[in-house]
Ligand binder design. Structure first.
Ligand code: MN
Length: 251
């Protein structure tokens, strides 16, 4: 079974990076998203949780499941890479993958690079990849140079010039409430071409109003984007959905 790129039919919003499997009640989160017309890319942190998540999401036409291995788990979960060739046939979506430069442990860094390289080898033009790049922007730009995949930089925290380099490659940027809560994040988003911006929550990790964010909370990001772009929220919503639909049409 391959996730259907027609998933946005009837939907109004998109959360391109949400850890649905990490909520206490994933079904309730997906049901709420369906009722509020939010398309969700459910990222996974290890290959072994992909199939259970795929089964959980099967009843929800608004949810696709991405196959990933989070860079912070690369060291301990690297053996699960053996699952990638088979599982990658079941979805066009990859994530959460990437590189993380918070801990400069050389063994972890080497494992992270091997893990990301494995995903890059399986990626095709029909792959949408949601990518973590905290404190490793230039390393991610290098590691993914030349990939045929549609890259979405999740919670991008690099510089404006690095963002422009990524944008020149046609890569997209998914922004969340935490990123938009500070001046630096808003200035970065203002510098991005609008047609390359998507919304995400990174729930349940990102908190909004003192609670873990859920896919419906992309509406908050839309409000902030509308003010940055000086358009009304309906126009911002439509822009984001169009951007996502365009992505899907190439998968
Ligand atoms: Mn994440």
């Amino acid at each position: 079974m391959i996730s259907q790129p027609s998933m946005t039919a009837g939907l109004q919003y998109v959360d391109t990076h949400c850890h649905v499997d990490l909520y206490a009640d994933p079904r309730a989160v997906m049901q709420e998203a369906l009722e509020q017309r939010v398309a969700v890319v459910a990222v996974t942190n290890t290959p072994s949780v992909f199939e259970p998540m795929l089964q959980l999401a099967a009843a929800f036409p608004n949810v696709v499941v991405a196959l990933g291995l989070h860079p912070e788990l690369a060291g301990e979960r690297e053996p699960e890479l053996s699952l990638i060739p088979n599982l990658s046939k079941r979805t066009r979506f990859v994530g959460e993958v990437g590189l993380d430069g918070m801990k400069r442990d050389p063994r972890s860094q080497a494992a992270q690079r091997r893990v990301l390289e494995s995903f890059v080898r399986c990626a095709a033009t029909s792959t949408l990849m949601t990518v973590h790049s905290r404190r490793a922007t230039s390393e991610v730009l290098n590691a993914l140079a030349g990939t045929p995949a549609k890259v979405v930089l999740h919670w991008f925290s690099g510089t404006v010039s690095q963002a422009r380099e990524a944008a020149a490659r046609g890569w997209l940027f998914s922004v969340n409430a935490a990123m938009l809560s500070n001046v630096r994040g808003r200035a970065l988003v203002a510098a991005l071409p609008r047609e390359l911006v998507l919304t995400e929550t990174d729930g349940p990790f990102v908190m909004v109003d003192g609670r873990p964010s859920r896919p419906v909370d992309v509406r908050q990001a839309i409000e902030t984007l509308a003010s940055i772009w000086d358009v009304d929220s309906e126009e911002a919503r439509r822009l984001i959905l169009d951007n996502f639909s365009r992505c899907l049409s190439t998968l």
